[in-house]
Write a protein of this length. Structure first.
Length: 459
């Protein structure tokens, strides 16, 4: 009998978060969708989970590398479903402002000074933050995406990237978004996927949205955009056009593509039939911390789930959210949904974990590759230490993970079987070097140039 080739990596002794039937189309929306299996060993070969077994069985298997995870909890890597990673360079730059002033007077003017190097440095710092916080995949919507793609390749993360565009840029903006999406999908050994990225229905006109939908069909690309970000946007759209932002997405064909809608706190009950009838994969990314800062309502998760919409968790950019902490997004999603529904039974901790992992992966069209610990899935996983006083004692493991654990409880982050952080030490990002260069460039970035706005917020 031929000898078995050594596994690339075996993680032993952990308690593993598992999903019930992750290949089924609609499992796990309730508490029964998640369970925890003690004394699990994860066997990794060629970037894929080859087997899930027990520690004693794994001890007999040859392996190039082993991680002793006794006392740790193994989770599928968290997915940040909507962010603008380079905006960490603007963290704290525009605070305590309504969104009109935030965009028009602070953010969009300073973004006119962005260079590809600043974008790369911001993205690299963002990737370091996400790796430390157990995020293994993120969906990015920004400018100079070629620079971000290079950072993703170097740091080892997984990402869906979209080059943002506005109608004010003319046909060139849309063409650049398509060019990037076609030329970069599948890069970094398949860790990079791409989307077309119109900014929003209030900055991209109906003609451009319809053209984007046609391009998405022609080239097999998904669409990632903002829509119905808050109730004021929806009310303004109704007053000006007689239809909601979601109805504009239906009218222009965007809902017939695979679409990821950022925020959706302004989605109304009248929008649900259009979302339910959408011909493509429809998903909404919710980032509750920013909504609290802007004084918005929250995403109607329960109604969206009832309409068959995937709901992923997100942080938005650090300029509005201040952190890229999906652990915080999990806790705030559970809490704001309880308040929104006036029902302590919705959203439960297990549901929050389900949305942060498998449903977030499905929101990006990656549910068959990541989002769960199962044989055949890519080996994207994180190890969490709950031994500290903040997380003890553990009566309900799901509740402890969502409501007590924090990003700094993550000890190890693995993507495609590659260890990006081990025992709290980053292996692919030199943070002091990034910060040193970023600090020298920040004065040029923050020199606001009047009249060079990328776009004006007017909804």
């Amino acid at each position: 009998m031929p000898a078995v080739a050594p596994a690339d990596l075996i993680v032993t002794g952990c308690t593993a978060l598992r999903h019930t039937d992750p290949d089924e189309s609609d499992p796990g929306r309730g508490a029964d969708g998640i369970h925890f299996v003690p004394d699990t060993a994860v066997v990794v070969r060629e970037g894929v989970i080859a087997a899930l077994t027990d520690t004693a069985t794994a001890a007999a298997l040859p392996a190039a590398s082993r991680i002793d995870a006794r006392g740790l909890v193994a989770l599928p890597g968290l997915v940040n479903c909507h962010t603008h990673s380079p905006m960490v360079a603007l963290r704290g730059y525009a605070e305590d402002l309504p969104e009109q002033e935030w965009f028009n007077d602070r953010i969009w003017p300073v973004e006119s000074n962005l260079t590809p190097r600043l974008v790369a440095l911001g993205a690299r710092l963002a990737c370091a933050e996400m790796i430390r916080g157990g995020v293994t995949c993120f969906a990015d919507h920004y400018f100079a995406m070629e620079a971000v793609a290079g950072v993703v390749e170097e740091t080892g993360l997984r990402a869906d990237l979209g080059e943002a565009f506005f109608s004010s840029q003319g046909a060139e903006g849309r063409a650049r978004s398509l060019d990037f999406a076609r030329s970069h999908r599948g890069r970094a050994g398949g860790r990079i996927t791409t989307s077309l990225a119109p900014h929003a229905p209030y900055t991209v006109d109906d003609e451009d949205l319809a053209a984007t939908a046609a391009l998405a069909h022609a080239h097999g690309l998904p669409v990632h955009l903002h829509a119905a970000e808050n109730r004021a946007q929806t009310d303004t759209a109704l007053a000006r056009h007689g239809r909601t932002p979601v109805e504009t997405l239906r009218r222009t064909g965007i809902l017939d593509t695979d679409v990821l809608i950022a925020h959706g706190t302004g989605i109304l009950e009248r929008d649900l039939p259009a979302l339910r009838a959408a011909e493509g994969r429809t998903a909404v990314a919710t980032a509750p911390r920013g909504y609290l800062k802007f004084g918005w309502d929250t995403t109607p998760v329960r109604a969206l789930v009832g309409a068959g919409v995937h709901v992923g968790l997100a942080t938005d950019g650090a300029a509005s959210n201040n952190t890229l902490d999906v652990w915080e997004a999990m806790a705030l999603t559970a809490l704001t949904q309880k308040r929104h529904e006036a029902d302590p039974r919705w959203l439960t901790a297990r549901q929050a974990l389900w949305h942060a992992t498998l449903d977030s992966a499905r929101a990006l069209g990656l549910g068959d590759r990541i989002g769960s610990l199962a044989p055949g899935r890519r080996a994207d996983l994180v190890l969490v230490d709950l031994s500290g006083p903040r997380t003890q004692p553990v009566h309900d493991l799901a509740a402890t993970l969502v409501h007590s654990a924090r990003a700094d409880d993550v000890r190890t982050t693995i993507v495609d079987g590659r260890v990006l952080m081990h025992d709290g030490e980053l292996t692919t990002v030199d943070v002091p070097s990034v910060l040193g260069e970023l600090r020298t460039l920040l004065p040029d970035l923050l020199e606001r140039v009047p009249g060079r706005r990328i776009q004006e917020y007017d909804t």
